[in-house]
Structure formats: C-alpha cells, structure tokens
Design a protein around this ligand. Sequence first.
Ligand SMILES: Nc1ncnc2c1ncn2[C@@H]1O[C@H](COP(=O)(O)OP(=O)(O)O)[C@@H](O)[C@H]1O
Ligand SMILES: O=c1ccn([C@@H]2O[C@H](COP(=O)(O)OP(=O)(O)O)[C@@H](O)[C@H]2O)c(=O)[nH]1
Ligand SMILES: [Mg+2]
Length: 239
Amino acid sequence: MWRRVSSLSPFLSSSKSSSLALAGNGWNACGSLAMDSPFSQVDYASSLAQKNPFITFVLGGPGSGKGTQCEKIAETFGFTHLSAGDLLRKEIISNSEEQNTILDIIKDGKIVPSEVTVKLILKAMESSHSDKFLIDGFPRTEENRVAFERIIGLEPKAVLFFDCPEKEMVQRVLNRNQGRLDDNIDTVKKRLKVFKTLSLPVVEYYSKKGKLHKINAVGDEDEIFEQVRAVFGAPEVTN
Ligand SMILES: Nc1ncnc2c1ncn2[C@@H]1O[C@H](COP(=O)(O)OP(=O)(O)O)[C@@H](O)[C@H]1O
Ligand SMILES: O=c1ccn([C@@H]2O[C@H](COP(=O)(O)OP(=O)(O)O)[C@@H](O)[C@H]2O)c(=O)[nH]1
Ligand SMILES: [Mg+2]
C-alpha cells in the first residue's frame, strides 16, 4: 500500500534522539559496534551512524524531477542534497581508477557497483556537518539498498517517490539540455527497463515498510513542491 502524504515534521524535530537506525547490522543499543560484529573493521562509518542523521532517499525514474525538487527541499527545509548521479559524474572527471568503468555503465544505462556508489555517498556525508540528508537517485536496486545499510549502518527515515508516466519522463530527459551523455533516446529506453525491473522493487520495499511518500510528479514544479512541502512541513494532524 502507498502511504498517504503525511507530515514528517514531528519526526524531524526528534530525529537526533531516535535510535531506530542503530538497531541491527552489528550495532548495539549505545550505537557502538558489537564485539562480534562482522563489520567491526568498518570503523569509518561509526561516527556517522552515531550522529544518526535524518536520511531521506529520493526515488523516481529518469526525468521524474528528483533533482529539481531536491533543490527546493534543500533550500526550504535545510537538507543537504547529495545526488548519487552527480557524485558518480564527478568521479568520471576526476582521475579515479574507476572513471572509465563508471562512464561506460552510465552510458549504457546500467547500475554502478554498490560498493563504489556507497563509498562516494559515505565520503560526502562525512565531509558535511549536516544532520539532514536527501540522497537523490539512490538506492536504485535492492542490492544498493542492502549495501548502504551494511556499509553505513543506517536506514532512511523517509523515502520520497516521484511517480511520473514514461512518456513524460522521456520527453523531459530529451529536453534536459545539460550535456549529459545518457540523455539520448537509446540510453533512456535502457534506463526505463532498469528502473522497472531493478528500482521499482526498492520502491515497493519501502512502501511495505510504511516509509514511502508517493508524489504525483506531473504538473508544474511549484504544484509538485506543494505535495512535497506537505510531507516535510505541515504540522501532523493528531486526534
Ligand atoms: N514538473 C516539471 N515539469 C516539466 N519539466 C520538469 C519538471 N520538473 C523538472 N523538469 C525538467 O525535467 C528535466 C529532468 O528533471 P530532473 O530534476 O533532472 O529529473 P531527475 O533528477 O529525476 O532525472 C529537467 O530539464 C527539469 O528542468
Ligand atoms: O545510485 C546510483 C545513481 C546513479 N547511477 C548511474 O548514474 C546514472 C544517472 O543517474 P542520475 O540519478 O543522475 O539520473 P537521473 O535519474 O537524475 O536522470 C544512472 O542511470 C546510473 O547509470 C548508478 O549507477 N547508481
Ligand atoms: Mg537527477
């Protein structure tokens, strides 16, 4: 079942004291790694997990408006916006060992190995002083999702899903005009297949967990943002 749009604002204000994300994955109730944890070598993630930031994953097909809406959310609600695609594109123009592999995968509309993407996200989160993150365009597969939980030791508190018809997504991607090597009809067709087969199961997973906020991504940017604002900003109706 899709979750109705309801406000996250009470959740946001109490996020610092929440211990939800520390359960499981080798973490004990104090937020420390258990002695027998298989991940006790991964101490670089421990300080981030102890901070327990408010993480929102932002999902949706190519061109559904994730990046556009994330900019608005970041500006309005003070989130730090991390686009997984942007982090990967930065790797391509750096001298990283993986630059050619990443380029080929993106050009082909496939998914970069989880380990690579999660490490880039972790590095970006650690170098920020923020305690509220929007992670845009990730996780794109169930394997991505599991790798994030395993390596970082945290789960999202909320997940936004921008629901957009394919025809509209294709039109937007082809008009994006940002010089992206994947904004062409061949790649977008492949990306839509990947989205349906690998990414929609992640959306379904968070729906079942009651964390999903589905946004109708058709309409003008401001209309869409009003739906998003209701998720983050409006006071929770209690009875
Ligand atoms: N609501 C909208 N209506 C029409 N075009 C939009 C809308 N939102 C975003 N766009 C445009 O569509 C393209 C894709 O948007 P973007 O935010 O990059 O999507 P995503 O990050 O999901 O791929 C961009 O050129 C953007 O300006
Ligand atoms: O977690 C991610 C995010 C992106 N990508 C790759 O980067 C491309 C572009 O992703 P981005 O989120 O920038 O695209 P958008 O959905 O915004 O068009 C994707 O098609 C994938 O090839 C990936 O492999 N893993
Ligand atoms: Mg984007």
